[in-house]
Write a protein that binds this ligand. Sequence first.
Ligand code: ARG
Length: 655
Amino acid sequence: MEILKDKIAEELAKLPGFVEAKLDPAAIRPLLGRPPKREMGDAVFACFIPAKNAGIKPNDMAVKLAAGFARGAMVESAAAAGPYLNLKLNRAAAIAATLAMVEMQPNFGDSEDGKGKTLVLDFSSPNIAKPLAVHHLRTTMIGNAIKKIRESQGWRVVGINHLGDWGTGFGKLIAGLKKFKPEIEESARKIADAHLKAHGMYAQKEPSPLGAMKVGELNEVYKRFNEEMKADPALEDAGRKEFAVLEEHIVALDKKGRTTIDGEINFRIWRAARELSLAEFQRFYALLHLKFERWFVEDRDRRVFWEGQGRLKPDEAFRDHAFYVGESFYVGRNDLCGKVIQDAKTSGVAKESEGALVIFTHGEKKPPVMLLKSDGATAYHTRDLASALYRQREFNGTELAYVVGGEQKLHFDQLFKALKMLGHEWADRCSHVDFGLLLFKQQDGTWAKASTRAGRVVILEDLLDEAVNAVREVIKEKNADLAADKDAAEQVARAVGVGAVVFNDLKNGRRNDIKFDWDDILNFSGETGPYMLMQYVRMGSVTEKYRETFKDQSWESGDAAKLTLDAEWGIAQLIADFPAALARASKEYEPSIIAKALIDLAAATSSWWTATRDTRIVNEADAEQSRARVRLVNAIRKVLGRGLTLLGIQLVEKM
Ligand code: ARG
């Protein structure tokens, strides 16, 4: 209805009652709404404001406007109902106007509302040297959808992958590698030696001291080190020292100070761990058709930063990519962490507590924001503070959002509060876009979250692979033609398998916990990704059938007056509601609003097809009706396709 408001308002403005009340289209439009019940009509006009201006009662205004009503092309009838005027639309006209809009706009529902505004969106942000976990699927999918949705509304969206590539854990990892795999230290030492002997000149390409190690193996080393630490507390100290050496090293690099051989070694081990993690993440992101580019490029071993590029880079760069700006960036770049710490100290916001430097954001009883640990290392919060400041300086965000699980609520409450305490009013424009857990079915039938401790780790890639495998099997079984074309079949299996997982994730409000139930997710009917894609494909086949039957592809000239079924009217209304749903999904960071709209649309389409079983969509005996119906089919398909794309799901033409 939203999209018809302009037309309705224009028509009403010409009626004598509205002219007398000095209501022009601009004044009428915001007073139009949707009736609470379908039986009441298709739209309502609220009489309170015009009545007040005319000095009469709203009910009297409604009666007056109804009395002077004359039917127009779009509005068929008007009846006073208390302070409201209930309007009935001319279905054919409303359907025709709706279809024309869908056909005219390249992307129906897109708007320019956000022109000139920037959203800085933190999403995905996995930790290096660890396998991706399932919650990373959620932040990646929700974030990716939010990015696309906001962009559809004209926003510039700067997607940032706040890679977890820094922290005391890496000290333990390095200590563990040195302890359990001395050859790695040996190799790193050789590389570092050669570098120092060449007076700091870098070799063309340094080998990786980690060789062909996998992320999973790094994680094993880390876990084993933690295990042994329990019996031997001295190891904890060793880890701490390794991290201090690493942190001093990148600060020294940044300040062009002297580096030490130990720093060079640790830096090489860390950097290699980072590189091999990124290579593994890349495979996962590719499945989702997501691209992260490096915000700063490492030119051989020197780092070249794209400083100032936030304002200089063309908008397309932000649309086509998101960027890795890992936590290490804020330690090793322009002393960004150092400046936050300094500022917090001089302003008196930070306090010493048990040898650490902290900010009490929620009173002295709640854990404070940690700026410097007692051993002098930076903390998760330090780097988040530095990154918030950097983002605001570089991108000047209208909004800054963090797509991170609900478990980190306190972390973000504290972060925003600390920013405020440090005098940054724009902290009010920051939000934590939180989400619920992904639950898995246990042997005893209950649902529980994946947890490392209980041995229920679910590795993300396995999960996506499993989905793709399952779809591959279905294709073999059900569509021999497609299966015979290996490449095409593979592409479909991926799109449908990954799309199944994605849709399952996005169809419920993001704050809900999500049950990961294979039977549900991969079902080809119901509220699932495969079903949505299947409908999309079917609508393509219907169009194809029309084309073959009538040797015609001019369905856009189909006559809306032929669409007289209630089901057709219902579908047209759902289509007309799509832009408003999209705008709301954008504003509320809630992709599920789009998923819900698509579910409704697919369900309405399916009942329409059932209702037309006798006359059919493509009916050889009635070319005119067929053309009108195929026109509607194509409008639905376009909306469904656009919606799925905005959710980050790849479309397929066959399946
Ligand atoms: N690396 C963290 C994790 O995997 C998420 C980081 C979220 N973003 C942030 N700016 N803190 O849980």
